[in-house]
Design a protein around this ligand. Structure first.
Ligand code: CU
Length: 152
């Protein structure tokens, strides 16, 4: 009886380890560049401005041009906020499904905003839509929302 239990446990441990490893192997990293000019000539831009990711994926914000940052604006309930310094490269791992809106602090009113859809973006789509977007950010976020299937 004791021996059978022991055998059962030793078989379970490697199986659990395999599960953890395969989950980690599937997690992807997405790079978002912080730019003075976007590919369509946009001034002050995150590229790509819309990223589709899976829970557990990591987003790396890369300051290709100086003077920009990435700060979360709206995150799903229970998700961590982030706040990068100017010209700082930061990485965030997004474990909670939903839609993440973020901005560049000095260029928010000039339209430097971005969206990351993690799993199902509809979870908190309304919260992202109803946030306050100054100046040009209002028009940019409306365009980005269309790309994640939520017209503004
Ligand atoms: Cu900026």
């Amino acid at each position: 009886m004791q021996r059978r239990l022991f055998l059962g446990a030793t078989m379970l441990i490697p199986a659990a380890g395999l599960l953890v490893r395969s989950r980690r192997a599937l997690a992807a990293e997405h790079e978002i560049q912080m730019l003075n000019q976007g590919p369509q000539g946009q001034r002050n831009w995150f590229e790509p401005a819309v990223v589709t990711a899976q829970p557990g994926d990591t987003i790396r914000f890369v300051p290709k041009d100086k003077g920009h940052n990435s700060t979360s604006l709206v995150v799903p309930d229970g998700a961590k906020e982030w706040k990068g310094k100017l010209s700082e490269e930061i990485s965030v791992t997004l474990d909670v499904p939903g839609l993440y809106a973020y901005k560049c602090t000095p260029h928010f009113g000039l339209g430097m905003v971005g969206l990351i859809a993690v799993g199902d973006p509809s979870i908190n789509l309304e919260a992202v839509k109803s946030a306050r977007y100054p100046g040009k950010a209002k028009q940019v976020i409306a365009e980005l929302l269309k790309q994640v299937g939520g017209s503004a």
